[in-house]
Design a protein around this ligand. Sequence first.
Ligand SMILES: Cc1cc2nc3c(=O)[nH]c(=O)nc-3n(C[C@H](O)[C@H](O)[C@H](O)COP(=O)(O)OP(=O)(O)OC[C@H]3O[C@@H](n4cnc5c(N)ncnc54)[C@H](O)[C@@H]3O)c2cc1C
Length: 311
Amino acid sequence: MVEKLIIIGSGPAGLSAAIYASREGFAPLVLGGFAPGGQLQLTTKVENYPGFPEGVDGPVLIEQMMNQAKKFGTRFVYENAIEVDFSGKPFKVKTADKEFESECIIIATGANAKRLGIDSENKFMGRGVSNCATCDGAFYKGKDVITVGGGDTAMEDSVFLTRFAKSVTIVHRKDHFRASKTMQDRVFSNPKIRVIWNTTIAEITGDRSVTGVRLKNVLTNQTTEMKIDGVFVAIGYTPNTDIFKGKIELDQMGYIVPKDEVYTGIDGVFVAGDVADHFYRQAATAAGSGVKAALIAREYLQNLESNANKQ
Ligand SMILES: Cc1cc2nc3c(=O)[nH]c(=O)nc-3n(C[C@H](O)[C@H](O)[C@H](O)COP(=O)(O)OP(=O)(O)OC[C@H]3O[C@@H](n4cnc5c(N)ncnc54)[C@H](O)[C@@H]3O)c2cc1C
């Protein structure tokens, strides 16, 4: 059986695309992947998604989106796509034990924030540890926070966090930043920001939420305790594009290069969400691009149908 539309990824981008496409009658198949629901499953309260003035828990928001998509006829397979073949039509998508064919594809495989790689980071994720200053900064009014990283994102996040936090301490494992000079200047001229060089976070401590960190100087191996209310990890993202290497144009960081927002350069293969966006990285922007991809997919599928009817 050849599917009309396969959506690879079940985060806000994939689910929004699924809601639109299923409501249009295309009964899409969503491959949910290794992390069904995507990044929002990792967070507690989302306060900036439109329609929820009191905020909504990330997993609850995702469950609602999934239910809405199912209601209109979306089907889910909670497997990873491990190989794609876009060289001919219908397109082919393989999981570990199945092979699917489809007339049209929407790629919405998202990105993963790079982690510090310590156990306590996972324990406190969403409860004092965050990868998203834009999302969670407002929860830290009058508090002391740490930012980890040395690139532009870490600088930008640190400056942004000073709008809310009493103090921002940048912890960096080297003795210099790789961020642009402009961003560094903004950091060094901000009286609320200080930097601890040559240092990593050995452990994040607390009970129900973060109350401190154990820092380790990488030159002396000495550790020190520090009281803190939040840790923002800003060491970059990895887009989930391994299976598209050599098949779709990727940029230097591995993100899909979108053309006119949702086009990939392959007729019938569209893209949505964080997998093609290293700037906005928000649930609402991912959802918005999912909607755009679904509407363009509809146009593509309708054209296929009308061409077939003419023959
Ligand atoms: C801790 C945290 C808190 C956040 N808080 C907020 C917030 O408060 N507000 C906000 O707007 N944004 C927030 N964000 C950002 C937001 O979650 C992302 O911008 C959004 O989830 C991106 O959606 P997406 O659908 O593009 O990708 P993702 O959410 O990353 O979903 C990608 C999906 O693709 C699937 N996938 C990947 N590879 C494959 C494959 N090979 N085969 C099949 N499926 C695959 C994954 O399983 C996943 O389901 C937060 C992010 C994090 C990490």
